[in-house]
Write a protein that binds this ligand. Structure first.
Ligand code: F0G
Length: 438
């Protein structure tokens, strides 16, 4: 077998067959990672091969994940792969956001352009391929919304039964709508994400249902290609910083693994620094990083309007901590007001994103103000989810009715409210004259 599952804990490193249905190390309880033993072609050859595949019409080559399959060497053949055209997400220059944050330039890699509108699709195509390869019929996840939307789509497309568990009352409507429309059995559980994950891990084991949360190492394999595609799009020029929001920390783990593998393969000469941004009310990883030692201390009642990252006990923290340190990176936290402001600015760029994604721009501004990021640093922020995932937040913001979980009204500094007008051409002409932009 070209790849195996290996315990992530440096003191253990036990290895298991790639076809074993395990999510943590049976010996020590550590997280697992996929390690490939397959030698890679030389970097010039790989670059050329990946570039040539962009011109191919084969679904495998058109996928922005499977195009890089030399780095996904866990399948014996590609017959279990179901692609919905994931990846292929743009890198967008955003001068207005750059100015707002105090940078000369800023680019967004927008994962919201994925088929279900978030970066989860990059991982899900791999997780579902592994489920099929293992002969699983049912798959499950607990989710703050995007994982469930993505899993529902990929599982249904593959003919598997998707079972979704979400925190009752705390997921954005766009995401819930997707799970229902894609045909997932959907349970709204009266508990928070962390409590439901504990429940679902037990259930999955008891009932032989395949778990597709980011604790699943095959999800991480897919998500690492976000970094591969980004570097490919930049003709392998390494940025100084890659900034991303942190919730359950699977993406941080995936980005770090991807970057280290690119370095080891000779595809990049150095690592960019990872900056992980958390919401103030759900920032256990920030606290751990600041303390600099010990284990993560869970936040019991995480709260943020950025519901995607409303997580108090992120499972992938050991991997994420390793990756942040390996890249000389850091962790920052931002307030609800900072997220709301940043989100409106990203909207004004004509780009838009969901609240959790906007934590990146808020974090960049803060890190610029404290001098950690320099004005001429080369920065890429990863926008993780599409604007339309959470329309309720947007409507409240622009009608100056957005309140923090504790009931405090946020300042809608960049509000653009809809105007109720009479059906009168003269009045409208007058109003439009008043509102004419220079
Ligand atoms: N941004 C968005 C839009 C997300 O949906 C998530 C996570 C994150 C950021 C954080 O990523 O967990 O890898 O650190 N959403 C998960 C879900 C938890 O269930 O959809 P992370």
């Amino acid at each position: 077998m070209p790849a195996e599952l290996v315990c992530f804990e440096a003191s253990c490193r036990a290895s298991y067959p790639i076809t074993e249905v395990i999510y943590t190390c049976p010996r020590c309880g550590g997280l697992l990672e996929v390690i490939s033993r397959e030698p890679l072609p030389d970097p010039a050859e790989l670059r050329q091969l990946w570039r040539a595949r962009r011109l191919s019409n084969s679904p495998l080559d058109q996928s922005g994940v499977w195009r890089y399959r030399e780095l996904l060497a866990f399948l014996e053949d590609y017959s279990p792969v179901v692609s919905l055209g994931e990846g292929n997400t743009p890198v967008l220059e955003a001068p207005r956001a750059a100015r707002w944050a105090g940078l000369d330039r800023l680019a967004f890699k927008h994962q919201g352009f994925n088929p279900t509108g978030s970066f989860k699709d990059n991982g899900m195509t791999c997780g579902v391929a592994q489920a099929i390869r293992l002969g699983m019929r049912r798959v499950a996840c607990v989710s703050t919304g995007n994982t469930s939307a993505s899993m529902a789509a990929y599982a249904s497309a593959a003919g598997l039964q998707p079972i979704v568990f979400i925190p009752h009352g705390n997921i954005a409507f766009g995401k819930l709508a997707q799970a229902l429309e894609y045909g997932a059995i959907t349970f709204q559980v009266e508990a928070n994400f962390d409590q439901i994950l504990a429940l679902v891990r037990v259930l999955a084991e008891q009932l032989g249902i395949y778990l597709l949360n980011s604790i699943n190492p095959f999800r991480i394999e897919g998500q690492k290609t976000i970094m591969v595609e980004l570097l490919d799009q930049r003709d392998w020029r390494v940025p100084d910083w890659i900034v991303l929001p942190g919730g359950n920390l699977g993406n941080t783990a995936a980005f770090g693994k991807g970057l280290r593998e690119l370095l080891a393969a000779g595809l990049i000469p150095r690592l960019p620094r990872l900056a992980v941004i958390q919401a103030e009310g759900a920032a256990p990883f920030y606290e751990l990083f600041r303390r600099g030692e010990g284990k993560l201390e869970a936040v019991r009642n995480p709260e943020t309007l950025a519901t995607a990252i409303r997580i108090g006990d992120p499972v992938s923290w050991p991997k994420a901590l390793h990756e942040v340190r390996a890249t000389n990176g850091l962790v920052e936290k931002v307030s609800e007001q900072e997220i709301a402001d940043a989100k409106a600015i990203i909207g004004q760029c004509g780009i838009g994103c969901e609240p959790a994604s906007a934590a990146t721009l808020a974090g960049i501004r803060k890190l610029r103000q404290s001098g950690v990021i320099a004005p001429d640093d080369d920065v890429v922020a990863v926008l993780t989810g599409h604007l339309l995932k959470d329309p309720d937040y947007i409507h409240r913001y622009h009608t100056s009715d957005l309140r923090t979980p504790s009931g405090q009204r946020l300042v809608s500094r960049y509000a653009n409210p809809p105007r109720v007008v009479p059906c009168d051409p003269d009045k409208l002409a007058g109003l439009l004259e008043e509102l004419r932009s220079e």
